[in-house]
Design a protein around this ligand. Structure first.
Ligand SMILES: Nc1ncnc2c1ncn2[C@@H]1O[C@H](COP(=O)(O)OP(=O)(O)OP(=O)(O)O)[C@@H](O)[C@H]1O
Ligand SMILES: [Mg+2]
Length: 376
């Protein structure tokens, strides 16, 4: 699709500079440019733009979105600001803009911004899925990585992974990566980044799957401030269709903050014949304070034998809470995959593990289309 761009920017020099960039970017044509908002509202419609680039760092800023939407009902509105502000970006989307871009932008950033909003339709951003475990060694990292692949394969849209298991993040090992940048640098730089520049901190691991790796050594955990981490998540949401976040086991500031901001938190525990049900019950007492807890907190048990409907029902009964999915005991496949630096579901797509991961992916996707969760 070709974009017919109307550019509104109060600073004359910036206006000229960005007009040039728009014209130089393939797929974009500048049809009009205005320094004054009232001129743009009064005179611009004759040019029939389908994309309005609107400077909102001027008097009346945010309120202008509604006015432009009224007059330019056929056009997408992309807001421009001088630096990335997560709150402002999300507020502008709530007011009806399609995105927020930092000015002055490059042609590539403009293209990425437009691609992001067309990909996400009218959605405000990625659905965020957090993987929490009451205790360590729950199988959550294995599940998350395989699920991310399954989601990307099914929806053919970008899926992001953030390894926020700050002390012992093992996503890099899992995917066999030697990351050039990690969550430490991303959090350090987040104030100066835009979604387009943050994208290069992630590493691509499969078509449509990108990973932001964890801290290289446990003592780096001191360098991660929770509010910055939240900003990072918020910005990442504008880049993906699904964002999967691995958090440290147990209740700690990171896992709590991430869970509270997520669309869904998966509580994952591995059956070892010990106290998993009790631990899960205790963990659920914390989550039960949430409104719509059953919508937001989903329980998954891994290493379940036999992995069938009856086991799932029995686990739900013992727990007194619906179990969303069970993952079979597939130690051989999982460790074979780990040795090869591959995903279990890739090397054995016919396994029961792959089937269960697929079902979970279908549930996540289906739920978005307002199909009820399968609680069988
Ligand atoms: N479905 C499964 N069946 C059998 N073994 C599994 C399964 N999933 C994972 N494992 C094994 O259990 C161990 C822990 O898995 P994983 O690292 O995914 O869990 P985790 O909860 O992320 O652990 P950590 O607390 O170390 O982050 C690994 O050795 C893995 O190979
Ligand atoms: Mg882990």
């Amino acid at each position: 699709m070709d974009y017919r761009v109307l550019l509104v920017e109060s600073d004359r020099l910036l206006l000229e500079r960005m007009a040039q960039v728009v014209n130089d970017t393939p797929g974009f044509t500048l049809v009009a440019k205005f320094q004054s908002v009232s001129d743009a509202l009064g005179q611009g419609t004759v040019f029939q733009p389908n994309l309005v680039l609107l400077d909102i760092e001027q008097p009346g800023g945010m309120g202008l979105i509604a006015e432009f939407r009224k007059i330019y009902s056929e056009a997408a509105i992309l807001c421009m600001g001088e630096k990335w502000q997560a709150e402002r970006a999300s507020q502008s989307i709530k007011s009806g803009a399609k995105g927020y871009i930092i000015k002055p932008f490059t042609g590539m950033e403009l293209q990425e911004a437009v691609e992001t909003f067309s990909r996400l339709g009218s959605d405000a951003g990625a659905e965020t899925l957090v993987f929490f475990s009451p205790k360590g060694k729950s199988g959550k990292t294995t599940l998350l990585a395989n699920l991310a692949m399954a989601l990307a394969r099914k929806v053919r849209e970008p899926v992001g992974i953030i390894d926020a298991d700050l002390q012992f993040g093992d996503m890099a090992v899992f995917f066999n990566l030697a990351p050039h940048t990690t969550i430490v640098e991303a959090v350090r730089d987040v104030k100066f980044l835009s979604p387009a520049s943050l994208s290069s901190y992630y590493m691509s691991v499969a078509p449509n799957v990108r990973v932001l790796c964890g801290t290289p050594t446990p003592n780096m955990v001191d360098r991660i401030a929770i509010d910055r981490l939240e900003q990072l998540v918020s910005m990442s949401r504008s880049m993906f269709r699904y964002l999967l976040i691995d958090v440290p086991a147990g209740f700690n500031p990171t896992s709590i903050a991430m869970a509270e901001n997520a669309n869904t938190t998966f509580l994952v525990s591995m059956i070892n014949g010990a106290y998993e049900i009790e631990h899960m019950k205790q963990a659920l007492t914390v989550f039960r304070d949430w409104e719509n807890v059953e919508e937001r907190a989903k329980v998954i048990f891994t290493r379940v034998e036999p992995c069938d409907a009856r086991s799932k029902m029995e686990l739900s009964q013992k727990l007194g809470y619906p179990v969303t999915e069970i993952i079979p005991n597939e130690y051989v496949i999982v460790s074979d995959a780990a040795d090869k630096g591959k995903m279990a579901t890739d090397i054995r797509p016919d396994s029961s593990l792959s089937r269960q991961v697929d079902r979970l992916a279908d549930n996540i996707i289906g739920r978005h289309h307002r199909i009820r969760w399968d609680r069988s």
